[in-house]
Design a protein around this ligand. Sequence first.
Ligand code: HEM
Length: 435
Amino acid sequence: MVAKARIFVSILLVCAILLPSLALSFLDHRPEFLEHDSRKTDVTIHGDNNNNNVVRANDFAIPHSDDERRKERSLKEKKKSKKKKNKKGKKSHHQHHFDAFFNPVIEGVQQGVEEFSHIFPGYRVPPTTEKQVEPEINGGLQVGFYQQTCPQAERIIKDGLIRAVQNDSTIAAAIPRLFLHDCFVKGCDGSILLDATPSGAAVEKLSGTNGITVRGFELIDEIKQELEEYCPGIVSCSDTLAYLSRDALVASGLPHYEVIGGRRDGTESLEANVGGNLPLPGDTVDQMIDLFEKKGLNVEDLVVLIGAHSIGVAHCFNFLYRMDTPEKAQMVDPRLGGVMRFTCTDQMSKLAFDATTQYKMDSVFYKQLLNNRGLLESDQILTQDIRTRGFVQRFGDDEMGWFNKFGKAMNKLGAIEVLTGNQGQIRKQCRAVNL
Ligand code: HEM
């Protein structure tokens, strides 16, 4: 009997000790919905800012005194801010796993938006941190040249480019080439845009090196017309081409860079001046380096700017000849050789420089060169010369480094033998000089 009594007392004791702690632990881990006392708490099931479709527990609750409500609100706010602090301060084990897994994915998605900015031409890639314009090479030109005289100029030009790219995605590549061909022949004076001059002599655009391979004149006409409507006689054709080249490259994925402006337009354009001033696809590295140096551009600038061949196309007559002799053909990746032969049913057919990302400025172009997949002989031989190969390798590995140099090199190109101040004129139309 005594033993039975002892057992009974010990059971009572165990219950007395265990039950409260069980109850406490239950309260600690109770499901969240049980935390809500339907008498006190708002339980928004579904709603919007205008309180449409909102069902509140309070709709069915016993009304509170104002004092009670105030106390509850301040308690709730304290709770909330504590939770927030905890969230901010330390990350749970799970949060760390989440971050480790998802952050690269999120970054990848963000990068993707940048990478495909050519599809969203209006998307602005953040400006690079490096200074884009070196004072000593700007030839008297300056950033923001039209800020006072025609503040809409750069916007009009950019909008024109965006409209054009939406209609024809190949147009972006045509513009920087036009710029190069303008600047290398007697300076960046818009002379390549002229259809005729008062002298009646054949103009630059008629030369064989230009001919059908330079495009984009109609787009420039269109933009120039709009510029004249807003700011008559202010913005030169040569500057329009410089800004438009930047916008075309940015629409293709290059980070934004500032363009120096203030060029005036030339009144002369001679086919006879073209020969010897433009690079050719059969040029040697020596010839390219010499030509670029004559224009004030160094070996690095040459390799930086040749990266513009990351976008655009070339006609078969500019590269198919490489397959005609075994010595030249061995410099061409056999698969590319096959594509050349297959595509070039006639010399006027075209192939993209970089078939994988034809509309996108990226360093894939340099990597392709290192695998003998360069379309032009002049591009490919840059991998074979000690003076240029290192740059090709570096830019292939460091796209951002190459991007940073591109804007600077474009401004250097755009400062070649420019007309400024009272020199030249501001053409009313880019195809004809003002009389
Ligand atoms: C240095 C030697 C260079 C040579 C020998 C060269 C030659 C060529 C050739 C043969 C084409 C193809 C034209 C056609 O068949 O339609 C071409 C296209 C192109 N070039 Fe170059 N180029 C050079 C440098 C540059 C530079 C420095 C730039 C830019 C600043 C540039 C930008 C372009 C662009 C964007 C295209 C594509 C044009 C389009 O799709 O309409 N090139 N180049």
